[in-house]
Write a protein of this length. Structure first.
Length: 668
């Protein structure tokens, strides 16, 4: 083949498939090697190489075969061996035992049909692989960028697009704009959101509903954004309905909102038309969260914004608006408030002036804002008069609304200060416990505890996503956690299940390593346990109502109790009010004290025999008995007389493994 014909064919392949010249040359070399192996019946163990030269007058190619150098008269197999003299013509430094690449006399015209077909298949396969790799690298670099595609097919689950006539992309239904209808051969613009590599080529996922679609359109239509003079801070979008965009000027003297809207709204209108008449609100970003939130709720007018950092709900903003703007601030089906929350990253609670004033008056009555009522008696009287006037459907004057707004501002500010003080105390208590929680607990999701699904939902609703956070709440804020479980109408033993799961998942060795070193108290001999003896009410203190020793709450002024100790049992939930105790009956006569014999271990820890010896007052069980709420706590203990030590010891039983049924006992 003449050089000109070969060069034309070579250039046609590179241009048609958009491949580099080196890739096509490598494909030709591998095709020649495969064809020669097939034609000459060369095994795969023997090395074969090919060389292609496109720069000479006539295209040069040759095949090199690896052979072993042997003595001049020792050649037995010419296919695998070469004499020393012939080898030195190729490589002057060749020695006996070396391996040299020997050129072979070949002619592609002499290749058989099978060899030629093999060469053709190798070339096509290598070109396809190179083309797929090139397409993947190209669209991987264009991820999150705008592309134009032509609709190839439409189905109920997705549509298939052809990009630049070379690659195929898929747009799922979830990434389409609601209300748009696509027909075959339509040209649409979309954004590449994901590129995955597969054996059939790159899988390209495109979208028109992603918020980056709006970002790229703004960069395309607004030169100030493309040049970096205006920056897009955040975008909140509900595709096909409404979007909010926060922009900020990087250079002074530039109006960011005006640059995005354009003269007479030309720029923003072209984007609205592209997005199927989607409404777009352009808002100027402000570093002050109060101002930014007020602007994000536009077109509604905001009277006041009050911020707080709630440990459970995160950043929360209470927004007060005039009564006439309440529905406008919330929007249809809460859309305006929802987009504002996404745009600002704050949880927004919207209230009207009248509603906020009524809540503030109720707080004054219950004593929360009693100090404000004492400081502003005249203002409280005026607010009561205005609220009565409004309740009677009489016209409220603008200056009276201003009085309500001033009162609401004072009340909301006081409430924020009160809540922040409570949050500070909670953070302080949690910080004292945080140092004692194993670090690896924060990397364990709460699903590893294998709790019920409804329990996980309650925990995640309070921003408890890992075991470390759960341990903080369990040991620092038990009352608040119990209240959340009670509010969700969960079973009474839910707290027990949570505590048992935490203790079984976090090894006791880790807990001991994290708690501070405290001197061990001196062991005192335990008095013999007397069976069937009712203690004197004047000498023995009444047991805690919860059935187990009650932990003292963590106070701001006193040191917090250790979060983890050796004999910590699952946390018992708070005791709910019980029925009134029956009329006390006279106690039976005491019997002589008898030492307790070694008790037999219980076969089933879920069904323990109840102790019938109860106190005469209140029907409360004695030590070692089983109460209604404390039975699950006491089933892990057993009193046994140790003959070697000569005293009664407490045997405490603990689960041997997570989710296991075997138990192990050790002395307390």
């Amino acid at each position: 083949m003449a050089k000109s014909d070969f060069t034309l064919a070579f250039n046609e392949i590179t241009e048609a498939h958009h491949l580099p010249r080196d890739v096509v040359i490598d494909a030709l070399k591998q095709a020649l090697v495969s064809a020669y192996r097939r034609d000459a019946d060369i095994g795969s163990a023997q090395r074969v190489e090919a060389e292609v030269d496109l720069l000479t007058q006539a295209t040069q190619y040759r095949v090199l075969l690896e052979k072993e150098v042997v003595g001049n008269n020792e050649v037995i197999s010419p296919r695998t061996e070469i004499a020393l003299d012939e080898a030195r013509r190729i490589d002057p430094n060749a020695k006996v035992g070396d391996m040299v690449m020997v050129p072979q006399e070949t002619n592609t015209k002499s290749f058989g049909r099978i060899a030629a077909q093999t060469a053709k298949q190798v070339i096509l396969q290598k070109i396809r692989e190179a083309e797929r790799r090139t397409l993947y690298n190209e669209y991987k670099a264009r991820q999150d960028d705008l592309v134009t595609g032509q609709v190839q097919s439409v189905s109920s689950q997705s549509i298939t697009l052809t990009l630049s006539g070379r690659a195929e992309a898929v747009m799922p239904v979830s990434q389409m704009i609601r209300g748009e209808r696509y027909k075959q051969h339509d040209k649409i613009r979309c954004v590449v959101i994901e590129v995955k590599e597969s054996t059939r080529g790159p899988q390209i996922i495109v979208s028109r509903a992603h918020k980056n679609m709006l970002r790229r359109l703004l960069e395309y239509e607004v030169p100030e954004i493309f040049n970096g003079q205006v920056e897009i801070k955040s975008i909140a979008r509900e595709p096909g309905q409404r979007s909010k965009v926060a922009v900020s000027a990087v250079q002074p003297g530039i109006d960011p909102v005006g640059a995005c809207v354009g003269m007479r709204g030309v720029r923003i209108q072209s984007i609205v038309k592209e997005l199927n008449e989607e409404k777009i609100d352009v808002i100027e970003w402000n570093p002050d969260a109060r101002i930014f939130i007020a602007k994000a709720l536009s077109p509604a007018i905001v009277t006041g914004v009050y911020l707080e950092n709630d440990p459970d709900q995160g950043n929360t903003a209470t927004v007060v608006v005039p009564d006439d703007y309440l529905s406008l601030a919330i929007g249809r089906e809460g859309q305006n408030a929802r987009l504002a929350a996404k745009l600002t990253g704050w949880r927004i609670d919207i209230k009207s002036v009248s509603e906020s004033a009524m809540n503030a008056m109720a707080r004054i009555q219950d004593g929360t804002l009693a100090k404000l009522g004492a400081e502003q008696p005249d203002l409280i009287t005026e607010v009561n008069r205005i609220m009565e006037k409004k309740a009677a459907n009489r016209t409220v004057m603008p200056e009276e609304y201003q009085t309500l707004s001033r009162f609401v501002q004072m009340a909301e500010q006081r409430l924020v200060e009160i809540r922040e003080a409570g949050h500070a105390r909670r953070h302080k208590a949690m910080d004292r416990v945080k140092a004692r929680v194993p670090k690896k607990a924060y990397t364990m999701p709460i699903e590893e505890l294998e709790l019920a699904k409804d329990i996980n939902q309650v925990l995640r609703a309070r921003n408890i996503t890992n075991v470390g956070d759960l341990m903080l709440r369990l040991y620092a804020e038990e009352d608040l956690l119990q209240a959340a479980l009670d509010a969700a109408n969960l079973p009474a033993d839910t707290m027990d299940a949570i505590a048992a799961a935490v203790i079984s998942l976090v090894p006791m060795e880790d807990v001991k390593a994290t708690r501070p070193e405290t001197p061990a108290p001196k062991a005192e001999p335990t008095p013999p346990v007397v069976a069937n003896v009712v203690p004197d009410a004047a000498a023995v203190a009444e047991p805690a109502p919860s059935g187990v020793a009650e932990r003292a709450p963590i106070d701001e002024e006193e040191e917090a109790p250790p979060a983890f100790v050796d004999d910590v049992l699952p946390v018992a939930p708070r005791q709910r009010p019980s029925r009134p105790a029956p009329h006390p009956t006279p106690a039976p006569a005491p019997e002589p004290a008898q030492p307790v014999a070694a008790a037999e271990p219980f076969e089933d820890f879920d069904e323990l025999p109840e102790d019938k010896d109860k106190a005469s007052k209140g029907g409360k069980p004695q030590r070692g008995g089983k109460s209604q709420r404390g039975g699950k706590m006491n089933q892990f203990r057993e009193l046994i007389f140790d003959e070697d030590r000569g005293e009664v010891v407490i045997k405490r039983k603990r689960k041997g493994g997570r989710g296991g049924r075997d138990w192990e006992a050790f002395d307390e």
